[in-house]
Structure formats: C-alpha cells, structure tokens
Design a protein around this ligand. Structure first.
Ligand SMILES: NC(=O)c1ccc[n+]([C@@H]2O[C@H](COP(=O)([O-])OP(=O)(O)OC[C@H]3O[C@@H](n4cnc5c(N)ncnc54)[C@H](O)[C@@H]3O)[C@@H](O)[C@H]2O)c1
Length: 303
C-alpha cells in the first residue's frame, strides 16, 4: 500500500513509519520539523519537509497517490495551547481540515488520527469509555474534541472512512519532554543524569500508560478493519507516579531523589480508559507491561 504519515519525524509517527516500512508499504512522511527530528525518519521513507497547512499539500499528495493517511502531526503541548490558542487551533484544526479536504479529493481508503484522553476533561467515572466526553480543561483538549467531530462529519457527508484514537499516556524511546505523557521520558532523562525528579502532588495520582509498540499495533489493526469511529488505545491499568519511581529504582539500581511539589492547576487525579470497544472491533489488546516498557525506555535514554 501507499501510505502518508504526517508527523512521521515525531515520537509516535516515526515508530509507526518504521513498522509500515517493515511490513513492505511505500511511505511518505510529511513533517515541518516543528518538534520532530529528521534523524528519526526511516531512511526508506520519502521525507517531505512541509507544513500540513500548506497550499502545496494537495499537489504533493496527488503525486504520491496515498491509499491511507495516518495523521500524527499536531501541536501537542497543553501549555502552548493555553499560551497561544490561535497557534494550537491553526495547526490542530486548520491543518486537519486542509488534510481532510485533500483526502476527500484523492478518495483515499481510510484516514487515521489520534485524538486524546484530554477530551475526557475532568470526568471521574472510571474507566472512561468512548461514549463519554467531558469538558476539556485546555485548548489542546478542545481542538482534539472538535477534530473528532470534523472526522465524523467528513465521514457522514463525504463518505471518508476514518478511525480516531483516544490514546492514553503513550511512552517509549524518542519521546520528547513537551507533549502528552512525557513524565516517563522526563524521569528517564533525569535519572540517567543522576538528577532529582519532581512530582506534583503526593504521587498517588494514576495514569494509564501504554507502550509505543502497542499504539503502533492499534494503528495497524485500525487500518485493516472495516470499522469507523472513535477508539480508546490504552491498557485499562492505572499506575501511580510513585509506582513509576519504584520501578525506576529497581531498573536503574539508583537511589532516586524525589522532590514533591504542589499539584499543578488543572491536573486530573486519575485517568484510566476502557478497552472493551477496541478489543471487540479491532481485536486490539496491549501486550507490553509497564515494567518491560520502562526497561526499554530507560535503556534508550540512558545510552
Ligand atoms: N504522546 C502521547 O502520550 C499522546 C497522547 C494522546 C495523543 N497524542 C497525539 O499523538 C500525535 C503524535 O504525538 P507525539 O507524542 O508523537 O508528538 P511529537 O511532537 O513527537 O510529534 C508531532 C510531529 O508533528 C510535527 N508537526 C507539528 N506541527 C506540524 C505542522 N504544522 N506541519 C507538519 N508537521 C507538524 C512535528 O514536527 C512532530 O514531528 C499527536 O496528534 C498528539 O496529539 C499523543
């Protein structure tokens, strides 16, 4: 198949490109290197340095003739979205609409992109399932929620086949500090440099951490499935930040110095996402446990 991956120089996109290349697909990466790294792009992929908002997007993709588009490019930082809502909206919505229009014109087979657990806002009924949406507490969450509706309406109005994933907290090699789920990469880097780590709150808050290879697998299954709609991609297992520190102590054999600071405004206490729908429709089940994922991630950052 011929596949375009936007954001293919970023954390999640670059792992997805590696897997698609491994499976024998022809891959074109569209990325403006806003947070991405060209060194992460698989040399067997065609790399085009381009902004998803560009008017050249149509002619570029028309030449490549994609069957599928995985749209991973985004402004991913909650703080940036709060400081510059216009930029967040421009990349995450105007960029998306540009790509959706191109997808319809080129009559692609399927459009796959991530939304985020941020769309659940401060809902406290756990686990969070795909029928629920809360009031996002950031503009990033709001543009992701709006993106879900753009996909639905492009599907209903123009027949665009799509899957929109609500990823929980993804982690693994190549992850930057800024975007979502960055706590594990931040801790890995600090611990490998013998720095202390900072926990906001008492550390008993929980998150649903999922390893990158599992997220890539969910994308592959979504591409092959006949289904459309929204799917959580998670483990359904809550892990506290204090548990992460315990794991890091045993993996690194280091005495990690932890500084506890006041909880940050807007941080939610617990987040765990239901997996029934993706298990039933996509036959997706996360395989990598937290410990094994942390070993691989720490080893990467400790190089
Ligand atoms: N990492 C997580 O835990 C997580 C959780 C939920 C959702 N997501 C979503 O997954 C996707 C990938 O996130 P990531 O963690 O890999 O982030 P990332 O910052 O590593 O990757 C984003 C990529 O998009 C590129 N990009 C940004 N703006 C662009 C533009 N205007 N034109 C072209 N390229 C552009 C960047 O250069 C980068 O390579 C994003 O949509 C993000 O919102 C991530």
């Amino acid at each position: 198949m011929r596949i375009v991956v936007t954001g293919g120089a970023g954390f999640i996109g670059s792992h997805l490109v590696d897997r698609l290349i491994k499976e024998g697909h022809a891959v074109q990466v569209i990325d403006n290197l806003y947070t991405g790294n060209k060194d992460f792009v698989n040399p067997k992929a065609e790399f085009v340095e381009l902004d998803i908002r560009s008017s050249e997007l149509y002619s570029t993709l028309e030449l490549f003739k994609p069957d599928y588009i995985f749209h991973q490019a985004a402004q991913t930082e909650v703080t940036t979205s709060m400081n510059n809502p216009m930029l967040d909206c421009d990349i995450n919505l105007m960029g998306l609409i540009n790509l959706l229009n191109v997808s319809v014109k080129l009559d692609i087979k399927k459009f796959l992109m991530p939304s985020s657990a941020a769309v659940y806002g401060n809902l406290t009924t756990l686990p969070l399932d795909e029928t629920m949406t809360g009031n996002p507490s950031s503009f990033y969450g709001l543009t992701k929620l709006t993106a879900e509706h753009y996909l639905r309406i492009y599907h209903e109005s123009y027949g665009l086949q799509y899957i929109c994933y609500r990823y929980s907290n993804v982690f693994g090699p190549r992850q930057g500090n800024g975007g979502e789920g960055g706590v594990i990469s931040i801790f890995s880097k600090a611990i490998s440099q013998d720095d202390s780590i900072v926990i906001y709150g008492d550390g008993e808050q929980t998150r649903d951490f999922i390893y990158i290879d599992d997220v890539v697998e969910a994308n592959i299954l979504g591409m092959q499935s006949q289904f459309n709609g929204i799917y959580n991609v998670s483990t359904n297992i809550p892990s506290s930040i204090n548990l992460l520190v315990d794991e890091f102590r045993s993996i690194s054999h280091k005495n990690i110095d932890v500084v506890y600071e006041k909880p940050r405004l807007g941080d939610i206490r617990d987040s765990v996402l239901a997996t029934e729908k993706s298990e039933r429709d996509l036959l997706f089940r996360a395989k990598c446990n937290l410990h094994d994922g942390l070993v691989k991630t720490y080893t990467y950052f400790n190089k």
